[in-house]
Ligand binder design. Structure first.
Ligand code: GMT
Length: 380
């Protein structure tokens, strides 16, 4: 166990979605890092988060069980979560809740805190905003006042990019400072290590290998991934790896059939070892409509793979256009494709981009970012 900076280890209730990608991954990796530094981290979620190994020292998982009753058309998850948070806080003597993604976690945290105060127990709440909890779903008129209120009630609010911080302050009645703590990557895991024979399974020796990793929601613009790929392959031989699963997957598979691209476009669903797939690729495609941070882009860059992304949201904070990747504006689609072709057809230039992407990713090493959360907790 590593030394920890403050007087005593903290007991943290970590609340997140258990799914692949995004906020759940950030919460899980943060929890694992904190546990290694001696803190006790109690994950509270409806299923065990994808990357969590709850048998590690200082890491625990508490499942939220849903109550089903014929009167409920939809079981009220927020109440079941709140109840579980109260129970875990009392039994484990938690110091704080760190909730990831505002909806409904920040609301549950506020309720749990009030219940605990009524029982004579004080607890702090840190809310981390991740993306669509502010930029999309959170703005829905049905949710917006609740999100505003929950943010207000948190002791500390963080956002994963400057863009997200500004969006929060712009849209919500937020009389609170929002601190930016960017996402991070584990460079021991995401690194330019190519597993022998893996690339050959997806492309011919003279092909470039492109990759897209996401949860295939509309915001990821999967149709544009395929359009970029098709435009690139008009000029250079290339294959495409589509990693992930989600609502847009069937449509994408259909498009690939209609465009006769089977055999060159590989759908591999969700993968635990996404770093191995990134590491054998040449360019990641991420044309999202918006992306508060773009964790998939960071993980790809850490593997030495530059990213071609939309010039939107927080992506320009991570990707330097023409330096370590490409940023494509709405009206510059063809120019973006042209630049990608230039890079992919020039081995020396591609290597420069690879090196620059690696260098950029090293600035987001988990070892730099994790202590920022730790000192935020202790400041409470
Ligand atoms: O907000 C979402 O779309 C979901 C969220 C998640 O929980 O999966 O993804 C967001 O959080 C990630 C982790 O902080 C960011 O890297 C993603 O950019 C962000 N997604 C969007 O903003 C679309």
């Amino acid at each position: 166990m590593n030394m920890i900076a403050q007087d005593r280890p903290l007991r943290i209730g970590m609340v997140c979605y258990p799914t692949y990608g995004g906020s759940g991954v950030v919460a899980t990796e943060l929890g694992k890092g904190l546990a290694e530094r001696g803190h006790s981290v109690h994950f509270i979620s409806n299923t065990q988060p994808a990357r969590l190994d709850a048998f590690r020292e200082n890491l625990y998982f508490h499942e939220v069980s849903m109550v089903h009753y014929p009167l409920f058309e939809h079981s009220p998850y927020v109440l079941a979560l709140t109840g579980k948070m109260v129970e875990v806080a009392r039994e484990q003597q938690l110091d704080l809740f760190h909730v990831h993604y505002a909806i409904p976690h920040a609301t549950a945290a506020h309720l749990a805190k009030e219940i605990l105060v009524g029982q004579g127990k004080r607890i702090r709440v840190v809310t981390t905003l991740h993306g669509t909890d502010i930029t999309l779903v959170g703005k829905d008129p049905n949710y917006a006042p609740v999100v505003s209120f929950a943010i207000q009630q948190s002791d500390v609010v963080t956002a994963v990019s400057e863009y997200l911080r500004e969006e929060t302050l712009r849209f919500f009645d937020c009389r609170k400072d929002v601190q930016v703590i960017p996402n991070f990557v584990d460079l021991q895991r995401f690194k330019p290590f190519a597993r022998a024979g893996l690339r050959e399974r997806f492309c011919l020796p003279d092909h470039r290998l492109l990759i897209h990793v996401s949860n295939f929601r509309r915001v990821k613009r999967i149709d544009r991934v395929l359009e970029w790929y098709r435009a690139i392959t008009n000029s250079i031989p290339a294959s495409l790896l589509m990693v992930g699963d989600g609502p847009e997957l069937p449509k994408a598979e259909q498009t690939v059939k209609e465009w006769g691209m089977q055999g060159r476009v590989h759908f591999v669903c969700k993968q635990d070892l996404v770093e191995e797939l990134c590491a054998v690729s040449d360019l990641m495609l991420l044309p999202s409509e918006t992306e508060s941070f773009g964790l998939a882009a960071l993980e790809s860059m850490a593997c030495g793979v530059p990213v071609m992304a939309s010039d939107a949201g927080g992506l320009p904070e991570l990707i330097g256009d023409g330096i370590n990747g490409l940023l494509v504006s709405e009206d510059g689609q063809m120019r973006g494709v042209q630049r990608a072709i230039e890079i992919l057809s020039n081995a020396e230039l591609l290597q420069q981009y690879r090196n620059a992407a690696l260098h950029r990713a090293s600035q987001y090493n988990i070892t730099h970012i994790l202590p920022r959360y730790e000192s935020l907790y202790t400041s409470l």
